[in-house]
Write a protein that binds this ligand. Structure first.
Ligand code: 8YV
Length: 312
């Protein structure tokens, strides 16, 4: 019999395509519709994306639940504690997206300091023949602060070294194998750098970690780039800091409310915005879909899962 899987939210088409070769995928659907679904008691697997919400109520609707497979490295929408209590595993897709997310972090750093969107628009609008573009800010040599020194943080640091950027970071603990300066407190880190980049997991532990005080510490020549989760920054405080010159600019790929960033961000000249595309290349999304599917295949084959989340 073809196993039925529940999609927690609309899934990436590459994930759906990979799953449909072996499984029947239902959902997303409301709690009531799920409770009434004829396959509900047989469903062992929830398939999810990095931004999906998988609350306890969804898990508890599925008495046979064994696995939540997330196509994404972040899984802050999954109630992992409840999954563990229910005896279900959670898997994600680490490593395969490190390069893309790190590339985008560097791209946002360059875009906001060198004002690439404005330069692009300047040429397109035929302004060039009328005079030069105002000078921009040099990125090479800027002091970089990285919030979160996991796999992607290290990939960003590796790239930043080529830009001659001295690197400091904050994380839960110092990593003795890395040649970068550890700063325990994020406000201290912000006060010591020109460019603060966020690549820490989302969720309650990092909610509004970047607040008005951190932005003040970053200062009027400081920039912030967020490729982590929107929840890590107090977005209202960020808007105020950008409007009043408390910081110089921001490059943002993630927002507190996706897909609707605070309207003020949409019109600011010192902000570069991208629509949560850190891992959005053909090759990487395929690798993520393949890994998320491989974990499900392993579950049904009774084999050890490839990439369980650290808590499991
Ligand atoms: C995607 C992400 O947005 O991996 C993550 O945590 O945020 C992203 O790569 C998403 O998960 C793709 O399904």
């Amino acid at each position: 019999m073809t196993p039925t899987l529940l999609a927690a939210s609309p899934l990436n088409p590459l994930f759906v395509k990979a799953l449909q070769t072996k499984y029947s995928v239902i959902g997303p659907m409301s709690h009531d519709a799920l409770m009434a679904h004829p396959d509900r008691e047989l469903i062992e697997v929830i398939a999810a994306g990095g931004e999906s919400k998988v609350p306890a109520s969804m898990m508890d609707a599925l008495p046979a639940l064994k696995l939540i497979s997330v196509m994404g490295v972040g899984y802050d929408g999954v109630d992992v504690g409840h999954a563990i209590q229910r005896g279900a595993m959670v898997t994600h897709t680490p490593n395969v997206l490190n390069d893309d997310v790190a590339d985008l972090a560097i791209a946002l750093m360059l875009s906001v300091t060198r004002r690439i969107p404005q330069a692009h628009q300047f040429v397109r609008a035929g302004e060039w023949a009328k005079g030069g573009l105002p000078l921009a800010t040099k990125l090479s040599g800027m002091r970089l602060g990285i919030v979160g020194m996991g796999r992607i943080g290290q990939a960003i640091a590796h790239r930043a070294e080529a830009f001659g950027m001295p690197i400091a970071y904050t994380a839960r603990s110092a990593k003795s194998n890395l040649p970068y300066t550890f700063v325990a407190d994020i406000e201290d880190l912000a006060s010591q750098v020109d460019m603060l980049t966020l690549i820490t997991p989302g969720g309650a532990g990092t909610h509004h970690m970047v607040n008005a005080a951190v932005l003040k510490a970053l200062g009027p020549k400081g920039y912030i780039v967020n490729v982590a989760r929107g929840s890590v920054i107090d977005e209202a405080a960020l808007v105020e800091a950008l409007q009043t010159g408390v910081i110089a600019g921001a490059g943002l790929d993630v927002f507190e409310n996706e897909p609707t960033p605070l309207p003020a961000l949409l019109t600011m000249d010192n902000v570069v915005l991208t629509p949560h595309v850190g891992s959005a290349t053909d090759a990487t999304r395929q690798a993520m879909a393949d890994l998320a599917t491989a974990n499900i295949n392993r579950h049904f084959a009774g084999e050890p899962l490839e990439t369980p989340v650290p808590e499991c």
